[in-house]
Design a protein around this ligand. Structure first.
Ligand code: AMP
Ligand code: MG
Length: 321
């Protein structure tokens, strides 16, 4: 399918599925964030995702599967990986597995690696899409590289209309943060990206400690890149401070997300828990861009199982540019 300017926006999985099978690019909701997908066995279509997102070519895509049996057609599932898949999927877990594919023709798209990042999503729309096409779907988060991920349909339509072949409408993501990425091919098991699935639950099940992500980003290529950044400068703070401390210009528009209200904010989201923080963070960041705020203040997350994943996104979003 050629670059199209007409984007079909539909709730019909069969329409979206046919477009994928013709080599098209489809945006769809998952339980984590919106994905931008192509059939994994169509390398030309997968490459178009990189163009549309402006994604660095060495940052591999996550392949989405309907079941463990489907993964087994393409990748080797070791003992620990199998336990994790059986206990935590469908859901927000991505496992790095060794590819089984040897011939180029039926190759799954891996951007040159010998491993495949595999996920079985839980969201009804993407599950129905996977069943319709009967093939894995490679899909990174649907956002322009470096920008915040997308959790609202209106942002998906605003950013990708005219750029992709189809946008599948469905229930918006309820988790709001990307999947947890784990490499359990050998011991010690590595947590490559903190995400919405609590690694401690996996550690408890396997009775093993995982190695946490370090600044050595070589294991998961995506860690190398700046991410999630809104247009305005983003600062992470402990409490909502007084304006005097911040030394703001009088007419600057301030946005705030945190656990208590801040009267000085032009636009704010008050959350009750880390779960709600995770769920609303990307919507907040995208709204900050839409409202053209001048400065963004984000409160540090609470100390619980989602702290690491939220703090990681805030940290990357606050990178000076
Ligand atoms: P995204 O889908 O945009 O959330 O990004 C996918 C994440 O999975 C990135 O951080 C990638 O680096 C990581 N990833 C995908 N495939 C692999 C792989 N084969 N080995 C290690 N990390 C991977
Ligand atoms: Mg991403």
């Amino acid at each position: 399918m050629q670059h199209s300017h007409d984007t079909i926006i539909t709730e019909d999985v069969a329409i979206a599925g046919k477009i994928l099978l013709q080599g098209g690019i489809v945006i769809f909701p998952t339980e984590t964030v919106y994905g931008i997908g192509a059939i994994s066995t169509k390398p030309e279509a997968c490459k178009r995702i990189y163009e549309i997102k402006n994604r660095p070519s060495d940052n591999p895509l996550i392949a989405h599967f309907s079941s463990i049996e489907e993964i087994e057609k393409y990748a080797k599932i070791g003992i620990q990986s199998e336990l994790l898949l059986k206990n935590f999927t469908p859901g927000p877990l991505t496992l790095i597995l060794d590819s089984k594919i040897t011939s180029f023709e039926d190759s799954i798209f891996t951007s040159g690696l010998e491993t495949i990042a595999c996920r079985i999503p839980a969201h009804t729309s993407v599950r129905r899409l996977l069943e319709y096409v009967g093939l894995p779907i490679s899909a990174p988060s649907a956002n322009i590289s470096g920008k915040p991920s997308i959790t609202r349909e209106k942002d998906a339509i605003a950013v990708f209309s005219g750029k992709v072949d189809c946008i599948l409408k469905g229930e918006e993501p309820i988790v709001g943060l990307e999947s947890t990425v784990v490499d359990a091919r050998k011991l010690p098991i590595q947590l490559l990206r903190a995400g919405s699935l609590d690694p401690q639950k996996m550690e408890n099940l396997l009775n093993l400690r995982f190695i946490r992500p370090t600044s050595d980003s070589s294991l998961s290529p995506g860690n190398r890149y700046k991410h999630y950044a809104p247009n305005a400068k983003l600062t992470i703070i402990e409490e909502n401070p007084s304006l005097e401390i911040l030394n703001l210009q009088k007419d600057e528009k301030i946005a705030w997300i945190g656990f208590s209200k801040w009267d000085k904010a032009f636009f704010q989201i008050v959350v009750q828990s880390n779960q709600e923080y995770a769920y609303r963070l990307y919507a907040f960041l995208n709204e900050c861009d839409l409202q053209a705020v001048d400065q963004i203040y984000c409160q540090v997350p609470q100390k619980d199982s989602l702290q690491e994943a939220i703090a990681n996104r805030l940290h990357k979003a606050s990178d000076p540019r």
